[in-house]
Ligand binder design. Structure first.
Ligand code: NAI
Ligand code: MG
Length: 357
């Protein structure tokens, strides 16, 4: 039976970039005779317009039945006046929670042709290829109790809870060790074990899981030092694994080492290996409908989907090689165009067509 992919284009540039990614998916399906099929669904603002909610029951059912999900982006000014619980972004958070997508994989790769896009010196970032594995459904973003209360003396107090159970740590550890096995076999676990007890446990469980992966070299680093090392000498890392909040911050910092939001894919996996794949950027309402958005982050998300959820590493490699080739050929969407010689600015569609070719 063929594997099923749910495609959720969403809002803003979502439909434009997803169209190009699906062209690429169709091309590899054909070339490698893949047993895959896909159907479209509604999420985010388009779902609110059509059905009144950001994550319709029908979409959730489709998502649960699918082997993998490709998402464009959600949100935009049209829905910004809605209260928090009814906004397009809730569609995305709802999918993450309902499918228990706890393992967030965010590669930060600097393509040699785009070395000038980074704000760091070329020698610091040239050849950068790191992967951040962020725990996505636990930690302080979800911990109870939480809130703002008024104390007896009349002063207000805000509080959140940093909490991780052993099973939550163990399952993200496995995702990280397995990812490291497929790469250079180096895993750095980031915590704050000198201050936070929850992360002392984190460190202990990482060490326990490490015994099952003798081919992976595990190290530990405090988060403040990790932030420093990411901008000082980022190439020392292969895979970094960390909790939800530290991962949120470090993965954004790592992404920007490459200087190009339009180039970076991501995966969010659950325990069964089902995943949602999406570019790290948002719906870019400022450029929506103009056919100038960079589709490469979404196209590279397809490669991650083939590798991590569908078990097709070869076409994944082929897509990544094709992306490097179009960059080497000088094709640039507006976000990565720097007026270098032998480069030319192309539309969203032209970029997608070039990757297919
Ligand atoms: P954004 O990532 O959409 O845009 C930031 C800047 O990067 C803009 O100038 C945009 O034009 C540019 N940009 C983003 N993707 C690009 C691409 N593929 N090619 C070329 N340029 C690109 O973030 P922003 O502006 O903060 O948010 C816009 C909307 O997207 C908001 O409604 C926000 O809530 C939503 N959002 C959705 C996310 C998702 O669906 N995963 C993630 C982040 C934001
Ligand atoms: Mg963030």
């Amino acid at each position: 039976m063929s594997k099923q992919i749910l495609v959720l284009p969403g809002d803003g540039i979502g439909p434009e970039i997803v169209t190009e990614a699906i062209k690429v998916l169709a091309a590899v399906k054909d070339k490698f005779q893949l047993a895959i099929d896909w159907q479209e669904g509604l999420v985010g603002g388009v779902a609110i317009d059509a059905e009144g909610v950001p994550l319709p029951e029908s979409t959730l059912a489709q998502a649960k039945a699918a082997d993998a999900i490709l998402l464009g982006a959600v949100g935009g000014p049209k829905w910004d006046q809605l209260e928090m619980a009814k906004r397009p972004e809730k569609g995305l958070l709802g999918l993450r929670a309902e499918l228990q997508l706890f393992g967030n994989l965010r590669p930060a790769i600097l393509y040699p042709q785009l070395a000038n896009a980074s704000t760091l010196k070329p020698e610091v970032v040239a050849g950068l290829d790191i992967l951040i594995v962020r725990e996505l459904t636990g930690g302080i973003y979800f911990g109870q109790p939480r809130g703002i209360k008024t104390l007896d003396n009349g002063e207000r107090q805000g509080f959140n809870t940093y909490v991780y159970s052993e099973s939550e740590i163990r399952r993200i550890a496995k995702v990280a060790f397995e990812a490291a096995q497929k790469r250079q076999g180096k895993l750095c676990s980031v915590d704050k074990a000198n201050v936070l007890e929850a992360t002392v446990l984190w460190r202990e469980v990482m060490e326990e899981v490490a015994k099952d992966y003798p081919d992976v070299e595990l190290s530990h680093m405090y988060v403040d030092n990790a932030a420093m090392q990411l901008v000082r000498a980022p190439k020392q890392f292969d895979v970094i694994v960390t909790g939800n909040m530290f991962g949120d911050i470090l993965s954004d910092a790592a992404a920007m080492l490459t200087g190009s939001i339009g180039m970076l894919p991501s995966a969010s996996l659950n325990a069964e290996g089902k995943g949602m794949y999406e570019p790290i950027h948002g719906s870019a309402p400022d450029i929506a409908g103009k056919e100038v958005a960079n589709p490469l982050a979404t196209i590279l998300s397809i490669a991650m989907m083939l590798r991590y959820s569908l078990g097709y590493p070869e076409p994944a490699d082929a897509i990544e090689a094709a992306v490097k080739q179009v960059l080497a050929d000088g094709l640039r969407t507006a976000d990565i165009y720097t007026e270098e010689t032998d480069t030319r600015q192309v539309s969203t569609k032209a970029m997608g067509d070039a990757v297919v070719a």
